[in-house]
Design a protein around this ligand. Sequence first.
Ligand code: ATP
Ligand code: MG
Length: 231
Amino acid sequence: MTAAIDAVGLGRRYAGPDGDITALSGVDLHIDAGEWVGIVGRSGAGKTTMLQLLGALDRGYDGSLRIGGVELKNLKDRALSEFRNGHIGFVFQAFNLLPDLSVGANVTMPAHFGAGMPQAEATHRGRELLAQVGLPDVWNKRPLTLSGGQRQRVAIARALLLRPALLLCDEPTGALDTKTAAAVLELFSELRQAHGTTLVLVTHDDEVKERCPRVLTLDGGRLVADERRPL
Ligand SMILES: Nc1ncnc2c1ncn2[C@@H]1O[C@H](COP(=O)(O)OP(=O)(O)OP(=O)(O)O)[C@@H](O)[C@H]1O
Ligand SMILES: [Mg+2]
């Protein structure tokens, strides 16, 4: 699958104690397969809400959202999780590494869910990705023994394991120094060129924003700017 994204009138409301909270509303958006798109906006603007929708983590939306032509709200639970595991990679703020498993087991985890990558290949690719993010020696360690920036890189390696058609990142370089952040962006860029991966990333970082050929700005749950520029 290649992951083009089509949203029409996309919105998300959450039930609050004093009525609904509108986290996102009226978003019309097309993203081509293989595009690299940044999302910016102040705290509470709806950025994470948007990523959760694009990541098939949340079907409770208004309007239409298609990824690779598939309307996500029409999928049943199991089909939705298969879709997610097969096509989407995540790098989220909390990293979500499993503390009782080694780094190696965390990174190769996506291969265990019927994704069609044999264990030997997963191990090989996992080791290669860890080396690419500057962590050649952590395979047997537990995530909790690593620094925040190291954990973030483990989460990035895990997200790239299955070469997802769509890679979604929430502040992917937030815990990284400038040099490591540049290496991670380079890795994303290579993946995109080699596999046509669609990249959507939320960032507050100007250097990351500079790398994005297209930048969306959210404000109060609305898409208020959609800028493209030559790099
Ligand atoms: N599960 C939820 N239940 C109720 N309200 C929510 C929920 N998730 C988000 N919201 C509200 O929706 C709005 C958008 O939140 P969101 O997390 O998408 O913002 P954000 O742009 O990612 O902010 P930040 O930069 O701080 O991460 C906020 O007003 C938030 O309080
Ligand atoms: Mg957020």
